[in-house]
Design a protein around this ligand. Sequence first.
Ligand code: HEC
Ligand code: HEC
Length: 223
Amino acid sequence: MRSLLARFPRAGFASLAAGVLSAALLSFGSGAVDKPAAPAPDPRPLQGVASFQSVSDKAERSRALFTEAAKVITDPRCMNCHPSANRVPTQGDDMHPHVPFINAGDSGIGSGGLSCGACHRADNTTLAGARLIKSIPGANPWLLAPHSMGWQGLTLGEICGQLKDPGRNGGRTLSDIRRHMSEDHLVGWAWHPGEGRRPAPGTQQAFGALISAWIETGAECPS
Ligand code: HEC
Ligand code: HEC
């Protein structure tokens, strides 16, 4: 890919990316068994903060609140952008490596000329007539989370520790974390992820309330 790219002038990148993309779509489409690609509606509700009031021990309540919020955090819609072993985003509910292969590098947007924005636009792009990939996810900007914020393969306790560590969470206070979870555009994308993709459980508002309550009860981490 890199040597191929090196032979293309700058203006050619977008069309090359489109070519790579349609090649990927075509190879996906051929050989595929003809069955509906749209996933079933989300069967996993997110419990509200009130469900945890009965847990009298505050630290225990805090851990239970985090564990509930982690239904969202560990959802593929979030995890696909928070890999830990490498800089390769993953795709789909099975979190397979990104097709076509892309290395997001330190910048999070790719290197070697092919960047996320070549395919991912400011909004989800519906692909009319495509059989397996119904849409390309989009948000502005669209990029991979930094290596220090990788979650795939971590335990809930480890993810919780990462979120609280300013050395690895982008220098954020807990209040910044709360704001990011409740308001960030990439977090919000997880509840309107485009056609053919199942949204994260619950709503961003319910998720934000769980995170707030987790912080108010001491931001305890499950083991
Ligand atoms: C050549 C086009 C192309 C480029 C470049 C590209 N992507 Fe993608 N990406 C796609 C397509 C198409 C999909 C949808 C695949 C599907 O749904 O099976 C996708 C899906 C994803 C998903 C999965 C969303 C989900 O929850 O299933 C993530 C995450 C992602 N891309 C991140 C990135 C990042 C980060 C970059 C840049 C470092 C990038 N992509 C560059 C085409 C591209
Ligand atoms: C398209 C990719 C993408 C998706 C999808 C995504 N994130 Fe992120 N996430 C990022 C990037 C990039 C950063 C770094 C932003 C920064 O530091 O300003 C980040 C940072 C974070 C942070 C900051 C602190 C830390 O320690 O990790 C939190 C919290 C977070 N994301 C939560 C989520 C949650 C929850 C979801 C799903 C509901 C989600 N993200 C989905 C790309 C993504």
